[in-house]
Write a protein that binds this ligand. Sequence first.
Ligand SMILES: NC(=O)c1ccc[n+]([C@@H]2O[C@H](COP(=O)([O-])OP(=O)(O)OC[C@H]3O[C@@H](n4cnc5c(N)ncnc54)[C@H](O)[C@@H]3O)[C@@H](O)[C@H]2O)c1
Ligand SMILES: O=C(O)C(=O)C[C@@H](O)[C@H](O)[C@H](O)COP(=O)(O)O
Ligand SMILES: [Zn+2]
Length: 372
Amino acid sequence: MTAQIETVHVPLDGGRAYDILVGRGLLAGIGARVAALKARAVAVVSDETVAAEYGATVTDALAEAGLRTALIAVTPGEGSKSYAGFAQVCDGLIGHRIERGDLVLALGGGVVGDLAGFAAASLRRGVRFVQAPTSLLAQVDSSVGGKTGINSPHGKNLVGAFHQPSLVIADTATLDTLPLRELRAGYAEVAKYGLIDDPEFFAWCEANLAEIYAGGPARETAVASCCRAKAGVVVRDEREDGERALLNLGHTFAHALERLTGYQAARLVHGEAVAIGLCLAFRFSARLGLCPGQDAGRVANHLALAGLPTRLDQVPGGSGDADQLLDAMRQDKKVRDGALTFILARGIGKSFIAPGIEAGAVREFLVDELRG
Ligand SMILES: NC(=O)c1ccc[n+]([C@@H]2O[C@H](COP(=O)([O-])OP(=O)(O)OC[C@H]3O[C@@H](n4cnc5c(N)ncnc54)[C@H](O)[C@@H]3O)[C@@H](O)[C@H]2O)c1
Ligand SMILES: O=C(O)C(=O)C[C@@H](O)[C@H](O)[C@H](O)COP(=O)(O)O
Ligand SMILES: [Zn+2]
């Protein structure tokens, strides 16, 4: 049974507008919604964990709606967002004879969404895709906005394409089976939306953390609020020529940490890296005299309360030294003319794009952070 459904519309032009549906129990009714997109076949791309839990619900619902289905499941985890994972999905789609008019349906977390989205963008030079996000991170962030791609040994998301989904179906009941560590990791991106430009939302998160973790209406509110915020940014700046870079708050640090930990979930997952990155972005801003130290402390306190790491010395196996971190950051997609761009903050909800940041200043900051 589907309870209340919240719809967030993403009004992109050129026939690329789409809806994000948020509600409990949406997967059971996914067949009719996908059939309305007028495809003959739908290839569901998932990972083995999510496929075991929800694969049959989705393929049965699609088949009942008269659609031919196929299921491709990759190994769970960031390692699948790789050249090998991309080849597996593309060849799976080709093997199942997915045509230009057909659909790819990403059922899973952000790894599956980014990977399946990139395969859809590439297959026969582009087929449509639907996002059915099942992790908190994917429901609040990665399923919206059309950034798709894979990682390179040189850095995160360095190979990819902008390819918007045709529909996003976020069944919040799937979060009931999400491991606590992954729920917490997704929460880092929830808090990010408050820290970017919405101090009231951050205060609401502080007051409602326990309810968001417990499930129920506060969780749905958090998912829909983040989707609304992201949809607004994406419509104004789809390809990150300006404002969209704010969604990268904490990510220059986070992506360097993910590369240096070899994209190994045993050490760090994306949301945990983002939590550390958010704290570093605020502490760096405070060090540059831009942000009150109190605000940086408030961010770290809240993320620690949420069960997330906040410092470099919490990275299992170590984070790498300042030079290694800086070297990894030089591959950031926001680099311009060789100079680093950071998203910094003048306070909670007051983030801004800061181009031309001196590498020396970043290095000194990291050396001090690593000293503890
Ligand atoms: N495209 C974007 O805009 C964007 C935004 C944010 C993050 N990302 C990317 O998203 C990825 C991280 O996504 P993630 O945190 O969802 O990781 P993930 O996809 O690896 O999922 C986390 C783990 O949870 C499991 N899982 C997912 N849903 C489940 C469920 N309902 N029940 C039980 N287990 C479940 C998965 O099998 C996996 O082991 C990173 O690669 C990151 O770069 C992309
Ligand atoms: O959608 C965006 O734009 C974001 O920056 C959202 C981030 O949370 C996400 O991790 C994204 O994949 C990072 O993008 P990248 O361009 O820095 O790889
Ligand atoms: Zn992110």
